[in-house]
Structure formats: C-alpha cells, structure tokens
Design a binder for this molecule. Structure first.
Ligand code: MN
Length: 236
C-alpha cells in the first residue's frame, strides 16, 4: 500500500546547541493566563481553572524561526484586527496522564518563544456567539516558534522578562512570574484532559498589551534566557 499523495511532514524545531530537531506532535494553548491580559479582554482573573484550545501541527500552521533570522508570514484573510500575543512555549519530552504538579517539570523537555497570532475580530465574534475559536486562532501560519532550549540548560524559568516589540516599540512587557497558572500547574491540569506525549507544545498564555499588526511591520518577541524571534508580516 502506498499513500495517494505525500503525507504531511512533521514540523521539527531546532534545539539550541545541537543539530537535533524536536518533532512536534500537538499544539495546545492556554487562554487568559496573566491577570492584566484577562482584564483587558473583559474578564475578572479570579483563578478559574485554566482553559485550553489547540492549533494545527502542520507546516502550514507552525512557523519555525531560526536564531538571527526574520521570517515572513502572510497577513491572513478575513480579518481587520490581526493581533500578536507573545508567549512562553513549553515542549513536552515525556508523556503522561494525571501528572502531579510536583512531577510536572520531569515531563518538560524545554522552552521556546512563540507567537499565538490571532484574528481578534473573528475570535470575539465566535466568543459572543458561543462558537469554537478555531477561525480566530487556528488559521494558517498562526504559530511562529523559536529555537527550543533544553530545560537542562536553562532551568525552570520561574521568573523571566517576556517582551514583544513592533518595529522596535515595546507593546508587551511582563514577567513569567505573573502567570496565573504556573508552568507545572498547566502541565498537570492539561494532562487530566489529554494524555500528553513527547512532542507536544504548550503555549502558556500572553501578558497584557496585545494589539494589531499590519503588513510591513516586524515583531520581535523574547523571553529572557531564550533565543528571541523576529517575524515580519507581509501582504500576499
Ligand atoms: Mn494566547
């Protein structure tokens, strides 16, 4: 038996300091995980349980960004409010279900900087109608991700500056210590809902300051201790 056409290739994220690629399986995302961002989206951040959504895992969704390069992504169709969201991305190295909070870091391979690009107008419309968020969140080229740094080299990242600039002007600036749900708590909670596997990525939420980008603008996203990413929006 042969495939009718070539199957979709797995996305591989470069691992800092090695020639290895981390093969991506699923892409999970956490909603509203910084209090000030929850407020700017119209919610009271009272430590409700974390909630999750997903992005596709194919090469038309995830955009690996190598160190020192600026990658171009197309301005997506059907939106007039295309937003950046800088996020810490956690990469799972060892799977599991019902992982305990105090065991969670053993399941983490490493960390990267990511952008949860969002068609905010479509997300809001779906939110108001009680419909799924896919068209606002899971569209083509919606998940640029940088080089992965093994936890064995960067540690647990309990506190680190997280910043996003657009054309060298700072728009988002916070610290990972402001996460409502810590990284171990996110891994533990997510693993009660899905059996995690090596290769899974978790976008851990964005701080306040989200806003729109237009074609021609360049986003620089960083988390202290990790390789930053540079992504330019282009009009196709
Ligand atoms: Mn997000």
């Amino acid at each position: 038996m042969t495939y009718l056409f070539p199957p979709v290739e797995t996305v591989g994220l470069p691992v800092a300091g090695t020639s290895d690629l981390f093969p991506v399986r699923r892409v999970y995302c956490v909603g509203r995980n910084y209090a000030a961002h929850a407020r700017e989206m119209g919610f009271d951040p009272d430590r409700e349980p974390p909630f999750f959504f997903c992005k596709p895992n194919d090469p038309q969704s995830i955009v690996p960004v190598a160190a020192g390069e600026t990658v171009s992504i197309p301005f997506p169709p059907q939106t007039e409010n295309y937003h950046y969201e800088v996020e810490l991305v956690v990469a799972i190295g060892k799977g599991g279900s019902n992982i305990a909070v105090d065991q969670a870091t053993e399941h983490i391979f490493g960390y990267a900087v990511g952008l949860d690009m969002t068609r905010r107008d479509l997300q809001m419309k779906m939110r108001e109608m009680g419909r799924p968020w896919e068209i606002g969140k899971a569209f083509d080229y919606s998940a640029p991700v940088g080089v992965l740094h093994p936890a064995s080299t960067v540690g647990e990242l309990g506190s680190a500056a997280i910043v996003l600039d657009v054309d060298r002007q700072t728009r988002q600036k916070s610290d990972l210590s402001h996460l409502i749900w810590s990284i171990p708590e996110i891994v533990a909670n997510l693993s009660t809902l899905f059996e995690l596997q090596a290769g899974d990525l978790i976008f851990t939420g964005t701080p306040e300051g989200v806003g729109a980008v237009k074609p021609g603008q360049t986003m620089a996203a960083s988390v202290a201790g990790l390789t930053p990413i540079s992504v330019q929006v282009v009009q196709l």
